[in-house]
Ligand binder design. Structure first.
Ligand SMILES: *Cc1c(COP(=O)(O)O)cnc(C)c1O
Length: 374
């Protein structure tokens, strides 16, 4: 049996009519850039988050640095995030010309450890970027308390967790801005690249709308800006898909529960957990081998047996060759949890259109390896 890591084509086939209809609507409208479909999707995305504004952008990386720029954060300013994240979180801080301050993650959730944030704050600190890693919302209540106490901005990197929530709050509600990515492999993905931010801050909304369009909101009138628009064709795809995101996330949660039940009792690795009161949307289902030397052995075993397992992310930001490439960066405290995660993580196939047979096959293979290594 072969189990793929993604199910992009299955997902397309499941709602092909709705996606095709939206794309055709755009194609026949004659409006392909900042047209009515983008407007419609932005309204739907804001409504989904329960925020006042949503701005479509070219990708999730731009969403982070444009948020920083719109909040006035740049050269000489420090921005705190966790060292175990997709590279783009730190990259966006550097694109904004700010200083990335890398701290450790919580050993269980892998999200930023709120207990380590205050020690990293200096007079230059301007913002915290918690990452809702793997689909689990970070401890936003604790993080918001710290941000408020020190007068810091909060930007949620929500590229991996659209639809996730915490006890009594949703993503985008306790922060200044929440950013997301619509690259195809994300929980809400288009056939290519896309991104967005949501906010309740009218000023951020207005600034980013200008910044994404060459600093222009009126014909021929410009201030310094960029080109980071979300195409209407992508907006059409995303509008069709957004209607299904909660059901798809429910499917992910169901597969995660099946993995967890099937892998219970394994000796050689730990399983992901959902914090009580939180809705984890399992962008990824990541197990960690107890010993670093086991990781590549298990990964090879799975790949040889047709299971397309991967790692997210086997090299933390500060471990990348050449770090920090002349950019401003600082490591605050030990990064032992982030480093252990990099050395031991394995992501099992996870997408809504998996079948029970596929999930059970993956479980059987992982358990076969576990028993052989008991
Ligand atoms: C995917 C991702 C991004 C970047 O999104 P792009 O659309 O690829 O630019 C940023 N942060 C995290 C945590 C991501 O997973």
């Amino acid at each position: 049996m072969k189990v793929e890591f993604y199910g992009h084509v299955r997902q397309y086939q499941n709602i092909q009519k709705e996606i095709d209809a939206n794309m055709q609507e755009v194609l026949l409208s004659g409006n392909y850039v900042q047209g009515p479909m983008l407007k419609r999707f932005e309204a739907e995305l804001a409504a989904y988050h329960g925020t006042k504004y949503a701005v479509g952008l070219a990708n999730g990386t731009d969403a982070i640095w444009l948020a920083l720029m719109a909040l006035g954060i740049g050269k000489g300013d420090e921005v705190i995030t966790n060292a175990n994240t997709f590279f783009a979180t730190a990259e966006a801080i550097w694109i904004a010309d700010a200083t990335a301050v890398l701290i450790d993650c919580d050993p269980v959730t892998k999200c930023i450890d709120p207990a380590k944030i205050e020690a990293a704050i200096t007079p230059k600190t301007k913002a915290i970027i918690p990452v809702h890693l793997y689909g689990q919302c970070a401890d936003m209540i604790a993080i918001k308390k710290i941000a408020d106490k020190h007068g810091l901005k909060l930007i949620e990197d929500n590229a991996q967790a659209i639809g996730a929530s915490g006890p009594g709050f949703r993503i985008g509600h306790l922060s200044d801005v929440a950013t997301t990515s619509f690259i195809i492999q994300k929980n809400l993905g288009t056939f290519g690249d896309g991104g967005a931010l949501v906010t309740n801050n009218a000023d951020v909304d207005a600034r980013v709308r200008k910044l994404r369009n060459h600093g222009s909101n009126a014909r021929n009138v410009h201030s310094f800006g960029f080109n980071s628009r979300l195409d209407d064709l992508h907006a059409g795809v995303l509008s069709a898909k957004l209607k299904n995101i909660d059901a798809w996330n429910d499917n992910r949660r169901q597969w995660a529960a099946r993995y967890t039940a099937g892998l219970q009792g394994a000796k050689n690795f730990t399983l992901p957990t959902e914090r009580s009161g939180y809705r984890h949307v399992f962008h990824l289902y990541v197990i960690e081998t107890k010993k670093p030397e086991q990781r590549d052995v298990l990964l090879d075993f799975l790949v040889k047996n047709g299971v397309d397992a991967k790692t997210h992310y086997s090299i933390a930001i500060h471990q990348q060759a050449g770090y920090p490439w002349g950019k401003d960066a600082r490591i605050n405290g030990s990064l032992e949890n982030a480093e252990r995660n990099a050395a031991t993580c394995i992501s099992l196939p996870m997408f809504p259109e998996l079948t029970a047979e596929e999930v059970d096959y993956v479980i059987a293979k992982v358990m076969e390896w576990d028993k052989a290594n008991a």
